[in-house]
Design a protein around this ligand. Structure first.
Ligand code: SAM
Ligand code: DTB
Ligand code: SF4
Length: 335
């Protein structure tokens, strides 16, 4: 599909109507879109590392790294280049094609960006795609990171504009949009999605996806996170989302943003393998790989290798070149 054919004018009603389709009808449509744009058996794998953990001044109600919540996460300083490079090499050896570095900042200072730029250059030199998520960025900071070899910047809208103010009070939805504009302006690819299961309504899930799809460009990567409920955060104890509603969210994301990589992100450790399989059918084609997300757990490498084998999935080496199979992770299995 040419870029011109991608739509940026979805109405809330159209998106709500997709959510309301009979489940099988929705999955059939999403899978058809998926097959038209992607290898349905290929999954891109990214490994996350928290390079600067905890002590964050923001009040995101879902986040274990906010200083103000008692979650047991200890604040740490920015990791050294050597430590990050060793972790990136290990991720590459385990089969990851992209290394995503997260920092618990509201917005980095210029001196932080200079240090992260050095880290990014060293990780890139290993032959990995690089991604960073550091909070709000100026256009200049985004350009510095791009110059250092950064491929992607992750900055999530998190939820629908009208629900945002119930989850975060220390910055606004427009701040997120501004950073995304700076990131795109610097020529970085965007990784932008959100979290579901925070007590939002279906209409608000539709609002999140509508806003993502109507951005000036569809994010190249769209992480759909299921809330990981961490004791001590205000959202701990929120009523869990029906797993099929999570699958619907993946399916609608796939239909709205056909060419993007849709990532089945946080929450996989709490999810049945069968639900994950439905997500891959519905159009998810990327995961976080490795036993930790930033501060919380993720399925271990062996479990994901087994899941890939059972579902005949293979890992993409480089997202831009579909069909390339990484030697170190998973051959399709006929059994
Ligand atoms: N501080 C930066 C920021 O907020 O942009 C970067 C790191 S922040 C931890 C990155 C993303 O992780 C958030 O935007 C949110 O979508 C996701 N996240 C954080 N805590 C989560 C949780 N408990 N469950 C699911 N996703 C979570
Ligand atoms: C994204 O959308 N999800 C990742 C990544 N981008 C940075 C983070 C998930 C964090 C889950 C909670 C934690 O481990 O601290
Ligand atoms: Fe800070 Fe990011 Fe967590 Fe919000 S999501 S509290 S900005 S680390």
């Amino acid at each position: 599909m040419s870029a011109a054919a991608l739509r940026h004018d979805w109405t809330r009603e159209e998106v709500a109507a997709l959510f309301a389709l009979p489940f099988n009808e929705l999955l059939h449509r999403a899978h058809s879109v998926h097959r038209a744009h992607h290898d349905p058996n290929a999954v891109q794998v990214s490994t996350l590392l928290s390079i600067k953990t905890g002590g964050c001044p923001e009040d995101c109600a879902y986040c274990p790294q906010a200083q103000r919540y008692q979650t047991g996460v200890q604040a740490e300083k920015l990791m050294s280049v050597e430590v990050v490079v060793a972790r990136a090499q290990a991720a590459k050896d385990a089969g990851a094609s992209r290394f995503c570095m997260g920092a618990a900042w509201r917005a980095p200072k210029d001196r932080d960006v200079a240090k992260v730029a050095e880290i990014v250059g060293a990780v890139k030199a290993l032959g990995l795609e690089t991604c960073a998520t550091l909070g709000m960025l100026t256009g200049e900071q985004a350009a510095t990171l791009k110059g250092a070899g950064l491929d992607y910047y992750n900055h999530n809208l998190d939820t629908a504009p009208e629900f945002y103010g119930e989850i975060i009070h220390t910055r606004g939805f427009q701040d997120r949009l501004d950073t995304l504009e700076h990131v795109r302006g610097a020529g970085l690819k965007t990784c932008c999605g959100g979290i579901v299961g925070m007590g939002e309504t279906r209409a608000q899930r539709a609002g999140l996806l509508q806003t993502l799809a109507n951005l000036p460009e569809h994010p190249e990567s769209v992480p759909v996170n299921q809330l990981v409920q961490v004791p001590g955060t205000p959202l701990h104890g929120t009523k869990a989302l029906d797993p099929f509603e999570f699958v619907r969210t993946i399916a609608v994301a796939r239909i709205l943003m056909p060419a993007s990589m849709v990532r089945l992100s946080a929450g996989r450790q709490q999810m049945d393998d069968a639900v994950q399989a439905l997500c891959f059918f519905a159009g998810a084609n990327s995961i976080f790989y490795g036993e930790k997300l930033l501060t919380t757990g993720n399925p271990d490498v062996e479990a994901d290798r087994a899941l890939f084998r059972r579902l005949d999935l293979h890992a993409l080496e480089v997202e831009a070149e579909p069909g390339t199979v990484h030697a170190d992770i998973l051959e399709p299995c006929a059994a």
